[in-house]
Design a binder for this molecule. Structure first.
Ligand code: GLU
Length: 387
């Protein structure tokens, strides 16, 4: 069978593949410690589930507007004003089936064949593939430990060509956990404005911050950058709602309308009653977020201490998200080989850095319970010592 050319250039998602493999091994009775997908192990908070159940009972079971329930769009706009100093109304918001659909639909709406999209590496593995599916050209900007695995404003400026359309900025970062400082965000905003680009800010981890790190939304860095920013976020990571599939985009109305047109011909609205759970997430108490972030903070400290006692491994201290990005170059192994041997021989699931554009690293998600973390780190130590 001859498939379309566009799909042959795209690599299947390794995060999804490895986490599915780990779940299947567990279902077969194998004692796997999975650090694979970035998926909080907590259950969705009760008040959010109750709101969705009440909406289901109230008959919120029908098609809704493709851009989302008006009340949810209002709640998102309010949240962006309060938390992010982004001045938006409901007309600036589209509700999507997760952050992934937000970004994918945005690529379809913005990218023409041959347009270049700047992607700092290490990057979340779906960014380049989405750009390719939209027939754009991903331009990868490699970073090093010297700049904290973050792209600099100068580096971005130098990478701009007449074909550059968009910058993808992800802070806090998946896979590194690095957070751009407000000064760095401001300097990058200046380049985006100077070079007449667009920027999409993937802020899905914005609430998961440690040690006093602060998050500045690039769209709030001035009136000119506000006009050139699309903010992408969602409920999955902050409220343990990964399976609900609710994300959103916020930005200038013409872009939101274009994305709504695409969504109107692809998925239509996000599950109607699920959107009522999302309203409760934003309008209800935020204590649940604090509790989850405190648990992540303890796990982060434990996992960092553990990695730093394993000779041959090193890891920068992440300021956000729930990942550690471990340098394995001293082991002499490439990341795919390292991860597949680790899984087969010691039943520890990790994601190879090659998927994120950094083959001398592996990513561990610590959005899992402490017992699994303790056991998994012992196994990782034994594995590395055996090399
Ligand atoms: N974004 C999460 C991760 O990187 C979930 C899996 C995925 O969608 O890639 O692990």
């Amino acid at each position: 069978m001859k498939l379309a050319a566009r799909v042959s250039q795209v690599t299947p998602s390794l995060t999804l593949a490895i986490s599915a493999k780990a779940k299947a091994m567990k279902a077969d009775g194998i004692d796997v410690c999975s650090f694979s997908a970035g998926e909080p192990d907590f259950d969705t908070p009760d008040h959010i589930k109750a709101a969705a159940k009440a909406a289901l009972d109230a008959g919120k079971t029908r098609y809704g507007p493709a851009a989302g329930e008006p009340r949810l769009r209002e709640a998102i706009a309010q949240k962006l004003q309060n938390d992010n100093s982004l001045c938006y109304g409901a007309e600036n918001i589209i509700v999507t089936n997760g952050g992934k659909q937000s970004l994918f639909n945005l690529m379809l709406a913005l990218i023409d064949p041959g347009d270049e999209v700047l992607i700092p590496a290490p990057y979340w593995l779906s960014y380049p593939e989405m750009v390719k599916l939209a027939e754009g050209t991903p331009v990868i900007l490699p970073t090093t430990a010297e700049t904290g695995l973050r792209a600099t404003a100068d580096q971005i400026r130098q990478a701009v060509t007449p074909k550059t359309k968009l910058l993808i900025l992800n802070s806090p970062s998946n896979p590194t956990g690095m957070v751009y400082t407000p000064d760095e965000i401001q300097a990058i905003a200046d380049v985006v404005v100077e070079k007449n680009l667009w920027v999409v800010a993937d802020e899905i981890y914005e609430k998961i911050l440690y040690d006093g790190a602060t998050h500045l939304s690039i769209g709030a860095a001035g009136p000119e950058i506000y006009e050139r920013t699309i903010t992408s976020s969602g409920f999955a990571k902050t409220y343990a709602m990964t399976g609900w599939r609710i994300g959103y985009l916020a930005g200038p109305p013409p872009i939101i309308q274009a994305v709504t047109t695409i969504q109107g011909h692809s998925t239509s609205n996000v599950c109607t009653f699920a959107q009522y759970g999302a309203i409760a997430a934003y309008e209800g108490s935020q204590d649940c977020v604090q509790q989850m972030v405190s648990a992540f903070a303890q796990r982060r400290q434990f996992i960092l201490n553990a990695v730093n006692t394993i000779p041959g491994l090193s890891c920068p201290k992440p300021d956000g998200a729930f990942y550690v990005f471990i340098n394995i170059s001293k082991t002499g192994m490439k990341s795919l080989d390292f991860c597949s041997t680790l899984l087969e021989s010691h039943q520890v699931a990790a994601i190879p850095g090659v998927a994120f554009g950094a083959d001398d690293h592996i990513r561990l998600s610590y959005a899992t319970d402490m017992d699994s973390i303790k056991k998994g780190m012992e196994r990782l130590a034994t594995f590395v010592q055996s090399l």
